[in-house]
Design a protein around this ligand. Structure first.
Ligand code: ZN
Length: 274
């Protein structure tokens, strides 16, 4: 199976065995991926409404934890505003609409894509923004339709990052801004945690990016002016406990859906279409 980023066809190097899956590293570009990669249809099957409230598969309770995500989304939108972002914004993988709500409050003409149907409906109701209940692969995106596209914690789930990023570049107006976050496989947290890193979830995260491979992915898709920005990983205390060996009884119920933005663990890049 060739590398989904640089298409190198040589057998990749063994990286790690984790949760019954094998991760390998491309000999040419260094991208780490699950081996074998699922098909796009197999990968997409995971993203139904239950994904957002099932600790085993994805999130412990996304809606209950939304407050924690919203403060980090506000911080990221401030970064985009400093880069001059305004106008039509598409949030790919908008979940229950937290980013759409914050983007609308900042004056963006915001809309979203979310494949899980009930979650997409809730996002539209809560944010008042249009949301299409489709995967990125199936979305109808008119060329140049957006000034800003946010792709937060989505790229690591996709089996064909080249095709996805190229579609998004074409959907941006010339000079438009893509903002992407992924778990930072090259960061200190991942390095120190080894196979206990909480984002090593090969049934959902099929790709593992570093600064270098994320830069390469954006460049391969034709983006320019790749820049990295500080970002936090928003985690509720309930999720922290669910994903660590700490006993759940240590977190009182009123704190379960409150949390912090840990200043590590996430790569946040912006890039421009040309
Ligand atoms: Zn490669």
């Amino acid at each position: 199976m060739s590398c989904p980023l640089c298409l190198d066809a040589r057998p990749a190097r063994h990286e790690l065995d984790v949760h019954g899956s094998t991760l390998v590293r491309c000999r040419r570009c260094g991208l780490v991926r699950v081996d074998p990669l699922p098909t796009a249809a197999e990968a997409e099957r995971l993203y139904d409404d239950a994904y957002f409230r099932d600790a085993e598969r994805g999130y412990v309770d996304y809606v209950a934890d939304e407050r924690v995500f919203r403060s980090e989304f506000r911080r990221r939108l401030r970064v985009l505003a400093r880069l001059g972002a305004e106008g039509r914004l598409l949030d790919v993988g908008c979940a229950s609409g937290a980013l759409l709500t914050e983007a609308k409050a900042r004056g963006f003409d915001a809309s979203g894509l979310e494949p899980a149907p009930a979650t997409a409906r809730r996002a539209a109701e809560v944010s008042g923004c249009p949301v299409s209940a489709v995967a990125l692969r199936d979305a109808l995106l008119a060329p140049g339709a957006y000034d800003v596209i946010t792709l937060f914690d989505v790229l690591e789930h996709l089996v064909d990052p080249r095709a996805a990023l190229r579609r998004l570049r074409l959907a941006l107006a010339p000079g438009g801004l893509l903002a992407v976050t992924v778990p930072d496989y090259g960061g200190l947290w991942a390095h120190l945690s080894g196979s206990r890193w909480p984002f090593l979830t090969p049934w959902e995260h099929v790709l593992y990016f570093t600064r270098r491979t994320l830069t390469a992915a954006l460049a391969t898709a034709g983006f320019e002016q790749v820049r990295f920005h500080p970002a936090c990983t928003p985690l509720s205390f309930g999720t922290l406990v669910a994903k660590s060996p700490v006993p759940a009884a240590l977190v009182p119920p009123f704190l379960r859906h409150r949390g912090v933005g840990l200043p590590a663990g996430t790569l946040f890049a912006t890039a421009r279409s040309v």
